[in-house]
Write a protein that binds this ligand. Structure first.
Ligand code: GLN
Length: 565
């Protein structure tokens, strides 16, 4: 594909046949008015649209908090901790980029204040600044810019999307805004660096009028910092009225076509087409002087078509219970929810989720709470709250032959349940929850005991898993002998008990490369008993759903249809 810049030079998208590449281009997405507007989805959608034009896109998420990464953050506050291939524990927005852009990012793609300051202080201690006074400008801002540029260069992408978390005006965002302002200048400005500002257009109660003042104020704030937005994405309940669009254009000094309406959507996967319909991709390409004609995104469009069908007129529907610990904040299970969307689209089955709090299972038992479900997911987690209830839930699914997917802690509890109720090992447990149990069937491996403040090192990131021949895992993974999935855990199946457990019927069909760690447990006499030590939800993509979630959805649909007969 040939793409041209304004001065006639050829701009080469990564997959093009030309060998000339002018410069890397940046799209910076900021947010105004309030947080939680869906900046990440806006940015991911823009990326998806540009990818649809044959450009290669990568993404950087900036989180202005002081934590170095999301590893120590509670899911109650920030939603799930998302894990990358390299073991980076990052903000869940990175998950949206990976899903929308079908990329595998590394932890360098998540920049936090903590990370930047740590690096600068290390350099200062090392004497790298040669006796100079170390200051926010230029040292912190340089570090931020270098990070962004390096990530872009290493990825070789045509476009680097940079999402600046938080809201314009926050004290902690200031150094980042200053850094991207400088980046604009250094990248050659205009056609090489575009600013997209996401704001809220609220509707005032009685009259139902769309109000532009918050947008005006946040744009003013941005301008005061020296950033002039090129595009304004207006979030709100409804589509922007024509006059309101015109007013925003006038007061914020952008052309009408640069004001884009992003009303609440039924599914995040509809956002790219909502933006595309308003001509946003063409506007951005024109502004950045890139010529990149449309071509069809067949797989993506098919995925979206099925998502819409599942919402409006589903061929089939299943109800899957998620028995977790953080069910009040659904973001804690964001990747599972998305994985079910992907799997549901592929299987053409609508997935309805029934949220079950592990502690309620402790008190009320599984029978009442799980009655009528077609499948069960026990997700990952830390700490013992609700674990007994989850063990009850596994028992229920095992005995009633309801399709079950156990993930990480869910895998460990499936093993515990089996040992207690089938092996009859009374009080069998994970040593995470009972350090005195006679049967520590889940335990810390001796080689892991380097004792950090967490008690042992966390096993993180993508690791290979060898699958035995002829097992359910091989079937659902398309016959592959080795797969790669992401991990985040400390405890393992205790090698002392493996032989006895396997003899009695719970097979470990997937193991780590060295054979020491058990990765998958299956029960032959069950329609779908799939317990996995890894987190398949993190690699699920719209066009390539998690195999284990897809397996669960398909098995649940079959279970439901048999139940009816
Ligand atoms: N708490 C368990 C462990 O550390 C499971 C972790 C998880 O589910 N992510 O091994």
């Amino acid at each position: 594909m040939t793409c041209f810049t304004s001065n006639g030079a050829i701009f080469k998208p990564h997959n093009a046949m030309f060998d000339v590449r002018v410069t890397m281009k940046y799209i910076i997405v900021t947010g105004g008015v309030l947080s939680g507007l869906g900046k990440g989805i806006t940015a991911s959608s823009i990326g998806r649209l540009l990818k649809g034009r044959g450009l290669t896109v990568t993404a950087v998420k900036i989180d202005p908090y002081l934590n170095c990464d999301a590893g120590t953050m509670s899911p109650f506050q920030h939603g799930e901790v998302y894990v990358l291939d390299d073991g980076g524990e990052v903000d869940l927005d990175l998950g949206n980029y990976e899903r929308f852009l079908d990329l595998n990012l590394s932890s360098d793609h998540n920049i936090t204040t903590g990370k930047v300051y740590k690096k600068v202080i290390e350099k200062e201690r090392h004497g790298d600044y040669l006796g100079k006074t170390v200051q926010i400008i230029p040292h912190i801002t340089n570090e931020i810019k270098e990070n962004i540029k390096r990530v872009g260069e290493e990825s070789g992408a045509d476009i680097v999307l940079v999402e600046l978390g938080g809201t314009v005006g926050d004290i902690e965002s200031m150094p980042f805004l200053e850094a991207v302002r400088q980046l604009f200048r250094e990248s050659g400005g205009n056609e090489n660096c575009l600013f997209v500002h996401t704001t809220l257009v609220p509707i005032l109660g009685v009259v139902g009028e769309q109000k532009t003042k918050p947008t005006q104020h946040s744009v003013k704030e941005l301008r005061a910092i020296g950033i002039i937005p090129d595009v304004i994405v207006a979030r709100g309940e409804r589509v922007l009225e024509y006059d309101i669009k015109r007013k925003i254009a006038l007061f914020c000094d952008v052309p009408m076509e640069a004001v884009v309406s992003a009303p609440d959507a039924e599914s995040i996967y509809l956002v790219p087409s909502i933006l595309e319909e308003q001509g946003l991709t063409d506007y951005i390409l024109h502004k950045m002087r890139i010529y990149a004609p449309k071509h069809t995104m067949r797989k993506w469009n098919n995925f979206v078509k099925n998502i819409v069908m599942n919402m409006q007129n589903p061929c089939a529907e299943v109800e899957i219970a998620i028995a977790g610990k953080y069910t009040d904040l659904k973001d804690s299970y964001a990747s599972h929810i998305e994985a079910f969307q992907h799997a549901g689209s592929e299987a053409q089955v609508k997935v309805k989720i029934r949220w079950i709090e592990g502690e309620d299972l402790d008190v009320q038992g599984a029978t009442g709470l799980l009655k009528g479900i077609d499948g069960l997911l026990i997700p990952g987690g830390f700490g013992d709250r609700g674990t007994e209830g989850k063990i009850e839930a596994v028992k229920y699914a095992r005995e009633k032959k309801i399709p079950l997917l156990g993930v990480c802690l869910g895998f460990q509890l499936a093993v515990v349940e089996y040992c207690r109720n089938v092996m009859k090992w009374e009080g069998a447990n994970s040593s995470e929850f009972d350090s005195n149990t006679k049967y520590p069937v889940i335990d810390i491996l001796p080689e892991q005991e380097d004792v950090t403040d967490m008690g042992a090192t966390m096993r993180l990131g993508a690791h290979d898993i060898k699958l035995v021949p002829e097992c359910l895992a091989r079937d659902i993974y398309g016959g592959k002998a080795t797969i790669s999935e992401r991990h985040r855990h400390r405890y393992e199946v205790n090698p002392e008990f493996i032989e006895q457990i396997e003899k009695s019927g719970l097979r470990f069909t997937g193991r780590s490369k060295d054979g020491i760690r058990m990765e998958i447990a299956e029960l032959a006499k069950h329609p779908y008993f799939m317990a996995v030590q890894f987190h398949p939800e993190f690699k699920s993509r719209p066009e390539n759903p998690s195999r284990t979630h897809l397996g669960l959805v398909r098995a649940a649909a079959e279970y439901k249809s048999k139940k009816k007969k």
